[in-house]
Design a binder for this molecule. Structure first.
Ligand code: ADP
Ligand code: MG
Length: 226
């Protein structure tokens, strides 16, 4: 039997705000199989972005274990050392992150953004133009990020993620800044390519339709307490 792509066990994370301790993730456990998709829902402030940050090592948990791509990350002092070593390599090579606003390098063309992302992941950049074409922005390859629309930038961000052939895509409200039509288009492409390439997907979203397109559903809404 193949190992799951991601196992989260008893994960907890709090923030300190003034004198107050704010628990955000509290004893969370779930498993994501290879190639599976999961919607992450919950009202604003329920911890969606925090969980995604924990799953790519940008935040460290107070307690619990994350097993991702056969690497085990445990909370504790050792986690700090792991953060400095294993997490960046995993992010560079195997985890594709998509945010609400595409964060492309402004001084590089769309094509060079994709090429750079592929190279950083150790992949062949020769396919970069194909990725832009598959996302229907092939004719915009030589333009710079400020010369295309928000939806086109988000497609370029997806091309960057797919060009790195990730094991897992973490998408934090990736269509939140797009109009309905563009959002639907970008979503269709995301699900289509995710299914075709068999990578895992965790998608934080407020959009019930988008969430319904995922195989699993994790609702953090009840954790806010108020
Ligand atoms: N760096 C931080 N320092 C203090 N509090 C934070 C920090 N990041 C997030 N929080 C708090 O954690 C909670 C969850 O935030 P977040 O994960 O951004 O929620 P969501 O993405 O679901 O809107 C919120 O109450 C937020 O204010
Ligand atoms: Mg958020």
């Amino acid at each position: 039997m193949t190992e799951p792509l991601l196992m989260v066990r008893s994960l907890s994370k709090h923030f300190v705000s003034g004198n107050e301790t704010v628990p955000v993730i509290d004893g969370l456990s779930f498993t994501l199989g290879q190639g599976q998709s999961m919607a992450l829902t919950g009202r604003s402030g329920s911890g969606k972005s925090t969980l995604l940050n924990l799953l790519c090592g940008l935040e460290l948990p107070d307690a619990g274990t994350i097993t991702l791509h056969n690497q085990v990350f445990e909370a504790g002092d050792a986690a700090v050392r792991r953060k400095a070593t294993a997490w960046p390599a995993l992010r560079r090579q195997h985890i594709g992150v998509v945010f609400q606003e595409a964060n492309l390098m402004p001084a590089l063309s769309l094509l060079d953004n994709v090429r750079l992302r592929a190279q950083l992941a150790g992949r062949d950049p020769a396919n970069s133009e194909d990725w832009l074409a598959r996302l229907d922005i092939g004719e915009l390859a030589r333009r710079y990020p400020d010369q295309v629309s928000g939806g086109q930038r988000q497609r370029a961000a997806l091309a960057m993620v797919f060009a790195m052939e990730p094991a897992l895509i973490l998408a934090d409200e990736p269509t939140g800044s797009l109009d309905r039509h563009t959002a639907d288009e970008v979503t269709r492409v995301l699900f289509d390519l995710q299914a075709r390439h068999g990578c895992g997907l965790i998608l934080a979203t407020h959009d019930a339709e988008l969430a319904a397109g995922c195989q699993q559903h994790l609702d953090l809404g009840h954790l806010t307490g108020v």
